[in-house]
Design a protein around this ligand. Structure first.
Ligand code: NAD
Length: 482
């Protein structure tokens, strides 16, 4: 049980709470309370933004760091996170139900690797560029400056990885930050704060205020913030986008998804070959991953085979306590979220789809908010379960007639975040991938690449994270005509 009276990390140390509310953290595998921390307040946000501004403007603080020094600091932070890997993985899995086999990679090694990637970009990037004038009247010097104080808001599903996606480019660009973790996952944020202190990052450069959505909304609208970077639901993203639109404040929005996996008629469905890649693309983190391909598009000629392969995969998953290394599917993050996922399963049945595997709560799990991996067949793409983001281990298999039909169905979605094409012919797969309206898509695999832009189109978001594109999104451009 983790208990503290400190509410937020500011200016390089934990501060006493200014409010009376408490965040209680419950382990979704056991339903036991595992932590209690004070909830950050608007006054805490004021103090955190002021600390970030001071560090940004301090020639002896972060404001005085050269790009090479920023790179060195990011590498040191990655080292300090590596030194805490076991604690971080356990904290994440015991808060949000992520199988520890996943958190031991994607919430530990992976965030450090992202920070090291941005350390390299910081050290190698040139802040200024000189371009030859177009009409020969003179050249232009393009100055790239850090945008300022960044408000970063993250969800509970991949708390450390998504935080690294924000810290890496922001610090590499020379910005300072106020980070608001989700109330479901604050314990790992305390470990991150320890790592930031131990890495010797100047006080006030990264400030952390654990709090809920109202305090998040206050942070987004704060007059001391220069840019907002948000990952979470489309509903919250719309509200944040409205605020930033009114304030003309730059904003990056990474939102929900309902991505399609297109199985072409030449696909090899041998699970010993593609099973692991399918697990990452379809079921990672108990289905609680934004880019998952929860709509399976199967050619009419091979529909039954695809249903059988997907059902075999889903039915073979080891369900259990997230801290058990054998677990492949852990619980839903909260009781309310499990109710929501079960509501979608009921709706799928009511709208006429057929449950092939799963559909209920697993036997042998008397405690915890578990849902069986569930595969629906006979799903119409217009059905609720094919159109709305469920954010649980629920897959819908939809039939199509030919490649054009598959692309049309894939694009009949409000969302456009991920996707995949499964085929024996990679060239054919890439040609189909180009026609799907989405921000990212894989051929015979799906996992984001930290050196390439990641993000969504349509209701999946605005702007891109990762790659040099995310660094650029934290810079102001000024053209000096010389
Ligand atoms: P959520 O939108 O409820 O909350 C996300 C974060 O935003 C939390 O920290 C929350 O406190 C805060 N928040 C909520 N409303 C806010 C507001 N109006 N102003 C400021 N802050 C606010 O989402 P969630 O349930 O925590 O996460 C699941 C969602 O996140 C899913 O829709 C998923 O697809 C999405 N997601 C997207 C990506 C991506 O990269 N595109 C990655 C992971 C998760």
């Amino acid at each position: 049980m983790f208990e503290t009276r400190d509410s937020f990390f500011i200016g390089g140390g934990w501060a006493r709470p200014q409010g009376a509310e408490t965040i209680t953290i419950i382990n979704p595998s056991t339903e036991e309370t595992i932590g209690r921390v004070p909830e950050g307040t608007e006054a805490d946000v004021d103090a955190a933004v002021a600390a970030a501004r001071r560090s940004f403007e301090d020639p002896n603080g972060w404001g005085g760091y050269s790009p090479q020094q920023r790179g060195y600091a990011l590498n040191r932070l990655a080292d300090e996170l590596d030194a805490r890997q076991g604690d971080i993985a356990a904290a994440v899995s015991s808060q949000n139900g992520m199988p520890i086999s996943v958190s031991s990679q994607l919430e530990t090694n992976y965030p450090s690797a992202v920070l090291r990637y941005y350390a390299g970009l910081a050290a190698s990037s040139e802040p200024d560029e000189r371009r030859v004038g177009f009409l020969g009247a003179g050249d232009t010097v393009i100055q790239r400056s850090p945008i300022g104080v960044v408000a970063a808001i993250v969800p509970w599903n991949f708390p450390q990885a998504l935080t690294a996606w924000k810290i890496g480019p922001a610090l590499a660009a020379g910005c300072t930050m106020v980070l608001k973790p989700s109330p479901e996952t604050v314990l790992d944020a305390y470990l991150l704060a320890d790592a930031i202190s131990a890495a010797g990052i100047p006080a006030g450069t990264v400030n952390i205020v654990p709090a809920g959505r109202e305090v998040g909304a206050y942070l987004v609208a704060h007059p001391g913030v220069d840019k907002v970077t948000f990952t979470g639901s489309t509903a919250a993203g719309r509200a944040i986008g409205e605020t930033c639109g009114r304030l003309l404040r730059p904003v990056t929005l990474e939102l929900g998804g309902k991505s399609a996996a297109l199985f072409l008629d030449d696909v090899d469905l041998d699970l010993s070959v593609i099973g692991e890649a399918l697990y990452s693309a379809l079921l990672l983190n108990n289905g609680q991953t934004c880019f998952l391909n929860s709509r399976i598009l199967a050619p009419r000629s091979r529909y039954d085979e695809v249903v059988e392969a997907i059902s075999t995969l889903a039915g073979s998953m080891v369900i259990g306590d997230a801290l058990d290394p054998a677990t492949q599917i852990g619980p839903m993050s909260t009781a309310a979220h499990r109710d929501r996922v079960e509501g979608f399963i009921a709706k799928g049945r009511a709208e006429g789809a057929r449950v092939v595997v799963g559909g209920g709560r697993p036997a042998g799990q008397p405690r915890g908010w578990f849902v069986e991996p569930t595969v629906f067949a006979g799903v119409d793409n217009a059905a609720t379960i094919a159109q709305e983001e469920i954010f649980g281990p629920v897959l819908s298999v939809i039939t199509y007639d030919n490649d054009d039909d598959a692309v049309r169905i894939a694009n009949e979605s409000d969302y456009g975040l991920g996707g995949s094409v499964w085929t024996a012919d990679s060239g054919r797969g890439q040609a189909i991938a180009r026609r799907v309206r989405t921000g990212t898509i894989g051929v015979n695999r799906y996992l984001p690449d930290m050196a390439a832009p990641f993000g969504g189109v349509k209701a999946s978001g605005l702007g891109r994270e990762l790659g040099p594109e995310a660094l650029a999104a934290h810079q102001e451009l000024k053209s000096i005509y010389v």
